[in-house]
Design a protein around this ligand. Structure first.
Ligand SMILES: Cc1cc2nc3c(=O)[nH]c(=O)nc-3n(C[C@H](O)[C@H](O)[C@H](O)COP(=O)(O)O)c2cc1C
Ligand code: SF4
Length: 412
């Protein structure tokens, strides 16, 4: 059994350089929608959440889902990375950095995965048009194929958002290319049915995401780390598997990404692939629409039960590790010292954690001080539902989020 002195020496607590950024250690708080923005602006609760993670010892904390434009939001009130946001986000980045951690902004566009009617197009945008299965939940049953002008506009919006993130003091931006949001709607054969140079082959389907990455790197890549999160396996028949994941990683490496975060699964088609287990019945959100609730219930009956296992994505992630040389952050069910050390021992450069750092924001400090080895997080996934609560995302094992702080703008 290792002692606290061994833990102290662990590779986990050595610095990691990602592009122009050096982190104090290799533990990253993964983006987990905090449910802590109002009218598109961050609240004091968002600052409190990330302060706790930074004070708890992580090397970097990621602010989830910052939409690059109005139509890129998926939920009402969601954080919109525009000029008005900058002073509020600056409070957050300064607070995080005062605790010795770096701050990353996850910048993204939902494409047809949205519950909000579009302001600037007739139907929600996606790689291809036609029936919008995601829209069954929102009543928006059609989606619109993006023209090249749409693509130029969205790429401009990613660049503007990245520049605003820099102005707000972030150390990194994470381009969300996974889970079924717009950029993954281009990468994925489940969504991309285009017949032009942006469709038909994996190389073509990666063209638009790679262009966005290239433009963001040109705009901010000398000062900020530019990271891509994507789904290495989609966990669905006819979707990508880890062999495709390795090819995607190689393309993003060629484009110059500073690090990749190796997630998996799709919001609509394969949540268990993302979380490593099926959601319990108590965890399903009541939409208030009986037909939708019935559809979600029926879908859940058809889903095979998946039991959680630690490091549930490791065998897929290994295939990516073998294919590329750039820094990689493993994600998926890391929840013990042994697990974290195994991941680094297999050549990954960092470990990103979602649920564990919701349950215990000070888990890194506890590890470093030898006070804990296994996280208290049970992977019950109930925090996912708290995202919609007045106090924002929190762990059911602790106190709920602070609804009062969650009603006040960060810089108020
Ligand atoms: C409450 C909650 C919200 C999440 N929201 C996001 C999100 O906004 N963006 C994202 O990329 N992933 C999101 N995720 C997925 C996590 O980043 C991560 O991929 C997943 O939880 C698996 O990692 P873990 O086993 O360390 O929790 C969310 C996860 C949880 C639990
Ligand atoms: S609610 Fe469950 S899955 Fe979420 S952090 Fe807490 S114990 Fe972990």
């Amino acid at each position: 059994m290792s002692t606290s002195a061994d833990v102290h020496r662990s590779a986990l607590f050595t610095p990691l350089t990602i592009g122009p950024l050096t982190l104090r250690n290799r533990i990253i708080k993964a983006a987990t929608n905090e449910g802590s923005s109002r009218d598109g602006l961050p609240t004091k609760n968002l600052v409190r959440i990330h302060e706790a993670v930074a004070a708890g010892g992580a090397g970097m904390t990621t602010v989830a889902y910052c939409a690059v434009n109005e139509d890129g939001r998926t939920l009402p009130g969601q954080l919109l990375l525009n000029e008005a946001c900058v002073p509020h986000l600056r409070v957050l980045t300064e607070t995080v950095q005062a605790q010795g951690a770096a701050a990353s902004a996850q910048i993204t566009h939902g494409g047809c995965f949205t519950f909000l009617p579009p302001q600037h197009s007739r139907f929600p945008l996606s790689s291809s048009g036609g029936f919008n299965k995601v829209g069954i939940l929102s009543g928006m049953l059609r989606k619109q194929a993006m023209s090249q002008a749409d693509m130029r506009q969205v790429a401009d919006d990613f660049v503007r958002a990245a520049r605003l993130a820099r102005e707000a003091g972030f150390n990194a931006v994470e381009l969300h290319m996974g889970h079924g949001y717009l950029l993954s709607q281009f990468i994925s054969p489940l969504y991309n049915k285009r017949g032009d140079d942006y469709g038909r082959t994996l190389e073509n389907r990666l063209r638009f995401p790679a262009e966005v990455l290239g433009r963001v790197l040109d705009a901010v890549g000398k000062e900020l780390a530019v990271v891509c999160k994507f789904s290495i396996t989609e966990g669905v028949r006819r979707g990508h598997n880890a062999e495709h994941g390795a090819q995607i990683a190689a393309r993003l490496e060629r484009e110059g990404a500073h690090m990749l975060v190796l997630s998996a699964g799709m919001n609509v088609e394969s949540m268990p692939t993302m979380f490593g287990n099926t959601f319990s019945k108590e965890n399903r959100v009541d939409t208030g629409k009986p037909l939708v609730t019935a559809a979600v219930f029926l879908k859940s009956l058809m889903e095979p039960k998946v039991d959680f296992r630690e490091l549930y994505l490791l065998e897929h992630a290994r295939k990516v590790r073998q294919a590329v040389g750039l820094p990689l952050a493993y994600i998926g069910g890391a929840k013990s010292l042994a697990g974290l050390e195994q991941v680094l021992g297999e050549g990954f450069d960092a470990v990103a954690m979602g649920r564990v750092l919701i349950a215990e924001p000070d888990y890194p400090n506890k590890l470093q001080q030898g006070l804990s080895r296994d996280s208290i997080c049970t992977a019950c996934n109930r925090c996912v539902v708290t995202m919609y609560s007045p106090g924002g995302t929190s762990c059911v094992l602790g106190a709920p989020g602070d609804a009062q702080l969650n009603s006040q703008y960060a810089a108020g």
